[in-house]
Design a binder for this molecule. Structure first.
Ligand SMILES: [Zn+2]
Ligand SMILES: [Zn+2]
Ligand SMILES: [Zn+2]
Length: 148
């Protein structure tokens, strides 16, 4: 059995400590409930392209080329893909450089856009080697150039 505190002060202390803990627990409970409520009531972003409930930037229902056309059609921002009519230079997504297309081709032509709507090839198109494709296998590019 627990030892009964015979000191009145100690009893009071224990009670007040228990109350403090109860209050702290209650505050924590309410905070968590409030956070849950916030999550529940926050509107789910609707995709500008397909109208499904996901952020426009993560849409996988269209190809990059299709999305680029939709951006033009719906007059969306090329950088953030939102409807807000703002100048690209004022786009807040400019601060999130990791979201922007950084392909050299696009960079060189100053065509800023979100990386998910990029339709430029990663590298300039190189025409495939003529003749049968197997000839060059196993040889380094330098060897092949020397043979030419
Ligand atoms: Zn979508
Ligand atoms: Zn924007
Ligand atoms: Zn690009």
């Amino acid at each position: 059995m627990a030892k009964r505190p015979n000191n009145a002060n100690l009893t009071e202390e224990i009670i007040s400590e228990a109350k403090r803990q109860a209050v702290a627990f209650e505050v924590q409970r309410l905070t968590a409930a409030a956070a849950r409520e916030m999550r529940r009531t926050r509107p789910i972003p609707k995709c500008q392209f397909c109208n499904e409930e996901h952020p426009t930037k993560t849409c996988e229902n269209f190809t990059a080329a299709e999305k680029k056309n939709l951006v033009i059609q719906y007059k969306l921002c090329f950088i953030c893909l939102n409807k807000h009519n703002h100048h690209p230079a004022k786009c807040r997504t400019l601060r999130h450089q990791e979201e922007l297309c950084t392909k050299k081709q696009c960079f060189n032509t100053y065509s800023l856009h979100h990386r998910t709507i990029c339709v430029e090839p990663e590298h300039p198109q190189v025409s495939p080697p003529a003749g049968n494709g197997k000839a060059g296998n196993g040889k380094s590019l330098a060897d092949r150039i020397l043979e030419m």
